[in-house]
Design a protein around this ligand. Structure first.
Ligand code: ATP
Ligand code: MG
Length: 704
């Protein structure tokens, strides 16, 4: 197979920018069929972009008007940028700086759940399917908008009866089941603040979030299905909330129906614990919703924690909903009459908040919800679901696409995927070869791949193509959405030249932006606003570059940059070069200390074939081939000094490689906080790979 991603570009290394060397020449114009029916065609997209630049507040006011407001707002935006105290030395990292504050649509009031449900039912769409639920064991449930409204009303009544008041926090520790969606919307309906915690997290990770939010109620299940087995959950919840007096109730959904796990009955604290079927299923299906101010808190979302202790970002109502609705409508080209949208993210991830909950429901589309993992009972489960529900959009993470590639092209080929109109990617940079495979093997060679760049902090998408307007380039998230002012700048805040890497920033406030870090406004200021406080820019922490067409290419996190003899290399580019090799399924790259060059590139690779993984004798040849691959694709400076063959990589639950753990392990340090890991066994997998390589290099040195 030819691998045309290799025309090394020359670029000047400098301390302020990144050396970027990967060039991608393939382009894919918007298909005619998509452009013709798209919400935004090329001309409209250009006009919207212009409007976003010339009158950003007018632009967002128009978007906000797509929601139902009980009271209209009086000001679109009140923005207090971060400001240094008079006479402060702005280069001093401890200089006194005010905490920025954004208020969108002040004076306006609305109810989030009414916007997601009641207004569609009132418009005569109560019979439209809101969610096709597919359980891990193949059980299904079809929930219309009218059904969902009734269920949410019940849950809202039940939560109020449990004492939940507007502003109180409710933590959800649930799998991907209808009750999760229902609880989220019930919280929103009564003005309670929801915070979802991934159901696979440990009791310790849950406890941190319950304590940090001082939650009044925790909603959980008796147990969960995992790869066909029922596993306990409630005992972990008890451990997590022990001694936290602010937790007044634990509301428990009976999901597995098991009476006991390994002989232990489900632990129960009378008075505190209540069954969902006792209090929700018996509640009234009518609920009168009241409107809340635009800046009323809607939810707290913890970042994935790939760089350290997770931050609890607070999102508020009016601005967030405006941004989520707009982004879903624009880059997923929402058509409520025909769409069957599937965002595969766990509901506890921000991706699902905006693109499996609020965005799609605000636009009134039909969705798919699936409880299980993609490869149970067999690889292909996702494709089976796409075929079954005739899904039109499939939005997933690069890590999953890379996994699909190792299962083989024949797996997607077995299913009828012709209903798919659009594919989407989020969570990490999608390597060009992975993008190509996805489009070809899942998208039938025609479906646009919408690569969306955004963060928990940004609320919804900042950079993404518009499928009916944008010419795509594999691996590029293309351009900022109309209305969003993202740019790539150097250390001084000046925009970089094409092909130079720099900091990705957002130069103007936007409605979906997080308002603060829960309970820690100084951390909010210092993490995102201090670096470019003089300019008033939001610093995302990610690196990016422009190409000659001003397309954006994400380069990974700037604190992951590898500095080899003054060349600052992007982990993303080296990883993309590695996964372009047919023997590599996944790659994680990190910088490790080196006497000669300051830092050296260390690459951890999962072979695409089991036979290569298991055959230790094949590893030296693979290492040599990969060094050569990187040297040719990117340049000799990026050649990995260490190549470690591993069977797994440490990832967050949202599929992000936790590179700092790789560095810690290779340099013999204990890995720091690992509570965000989706599978702690990956740490051992890396340790084993490192030990095997050491043993081999020691033996070969001894033999010489
Ligand atoms: P923490 O901030 O605690 O380390 P996190 O950044 O992993 O956690 P999220 O907010 O879930 O938590 O992830 C946002 C990050 O994911 C972005 O900053 C970026 O690094 C990466 N990302 C998301 N989408 C894309 C994309 N399309 N292309 C490249 N990178 C992406
Ligand atoms: Mg982050």
């Amino acid at each position: 197979m030819s691998r045309p991603l290799t025309a090394p570009l020359s670029a000047q290394p400098s301390s302020a920018t990144l050396t970027t060397l990967l060039a991608e020449e393939r382009t894919f114009p918007a298909p005619e069929a998509v452009a013709q029916v798209a919400n935004l065609d090329a001309a409209a997209a250009e006009a919207w972009r212009q409007r976003g630049v010339e009158d950003p507040e007018g632009f967002w006011a128009e978007q906000a008007a797509h929601l139902d407001w009980e009271t209209p707002w009086n000001t679109v935006l009140q923005w207090s940028p971060p400001t240094f105290a008079e006479g402060a030395d702005v280069t001093d990292p401890l200089a006194e700086l005010s905490v920025p504050s954004a208020r969108w649509f002040d004076g306006g009031t609305l109810n989030a759940a009414v916007n997601c449900l009641d207004r569609h039912v009132a418009a005569g769409h109560g019979d439209r399917v809101a969610t096709h639920f597919e359980g891990e064991r193949g059980d299904t449930r079809t929930i219309t908008y009218a059904d969902l409204l009734a269920e949410v009303s019940r849950a809202a009544n039940a939560l109020s009866a449990l004492g939940v008041e507007p502003g109180d926090r409710v933590v959800l520790y649930l799998p991907v089941i209808p009750e999760t969606l229902i609880t989220v919307l019930a919280c929103a309906r009564i003005g309670a603040v929801h915070s979802l915690v991934f159901g696979g997290f440990s009791a310790e990770a849950l406890r941190f979030r319950v304590a940090d939010t001082t939650a009044k109620v925790v909603v959980a299940t008796d147990g969960q299905f995992r790869r066909g087995r029922a596993v306990p959950v409630k005992a972990a919840v008890d451990e997590a909330v022990a001694g936290l007096d602010h937790v007044e109730h634990v509301l428990v959904v009976r999901r597995t129906g098991e009476e006991a796990f390994a002989g232990e009955p489900i632990p129960w604290t009378e008075g505190r614990d209540v069954w969902w079927h006792d209090v929700v299923d018996t509640a009234d299906t009518a609920h009168e919703a009241v409107a809340f101010p635009a800046e009323h808190p809607l939810f707290i979302i913890y970042t994935s924690g790939s760089t350290g202790r997770p931050k609890g970002l607070l999102h508020t109502t009016g601005g967030y909903l405006t941004h989520a609705r707009y982004a879903h409508w624009a880059h997923f080209d929402a058509h409520p009459e025909t769409d069957v949208h599937w965002c595969t993210a766990d509901l506890a991830w921000v991706t699902a908040h905006s693109f499996a909950i609020y965005g799609p429901l605000l636009n009134g589309v039909t969705q798919v919800m699936y409880e299980g993992v993609p490869d149970f009972p067999a690889p292909g489960r996702h494709f089976e679901i796409i075929e079954k529900y005739r899904a039109t959009t499939y939005y997933t993470a690069p890590t999953l696409v890379r996994a699909c590639m190792t299962w083989g092209d024949d797996v997607p080929a077995r299913y009828d995927l012709s209903s798919l109109k659009l594919l989407g990617s989020v969570g990490e940079p999608i390597n060009p070869e992975v993008w190509m495979w996805f489009r070809e093997n899942v998208g039938g060679g025609t479906a646009p791949v919408v690569d969306t760049w955004w963060q928990s902090e940004t609320g919804a998408t900042v950079v993404a193509p518009l499928p009916g307007a944008t010419t795509l380039k594999p691996g590029s998230a293309t351009r900022p959405l109309p209305g969003l002012d993202a740019a790539v700048v150097d250390d001084t805040g000046a925009e970089v030249q094409p092909s130079q890497g720099g900091w990705l920033v957002v130069r103007r406030p936007w409605p979906g932006m997080a308002r603060t870090v829960w309970g820690n406004p100084e951390r909010y200021r210092d993490a995102y606003w201090r670096q470019f406080a003089v300019q008033g820019y939001y610093a995302a922490g990610d690196g990016a570059r422009y190409d000659a067409d001003r397309y954006l290419w994400l380069l990974g996190r700037l604190d992951d940059v590898v500095n080899v003899s003054g060349h600052r290399l992007s982990t993303t580019e080296v990883e993309s070069a590695l996964v372009a090799h047919p023997d590599v399924a996944e790659a994680g790259v990190v910088g490790v200390g080196d006497e000669l060059t300051g830092q050296a590139v260390a690459a951890f690779v999962i072979p695409s074939r089991r036979s290569v993984l298991d055959d230790d004798d094949a590893h030296p040849a693979l290492e040599a081939a990969l060094r050569q691959q990187v040297a040719t694709v990117i340049g000799p400076v990026a050649k990995p000094k260490h190549v470690v063959v591993v069977r797994d990589l440490p990832k967050t639950r949202s599929g992000k490689i936790m590179r700092r753990i790789l560095g810690d392990l290779l340099e013999g340090r204990a890995p720091g906080d690992t509570t965000s890991l989706s599978d702690e066994r990956a740490v051992d997998a890396v340790r084993d790979g490192i030990a095997a390589r050491r043993a081999r290099t020691t033996t070969s040195t001894a033999a010489r």
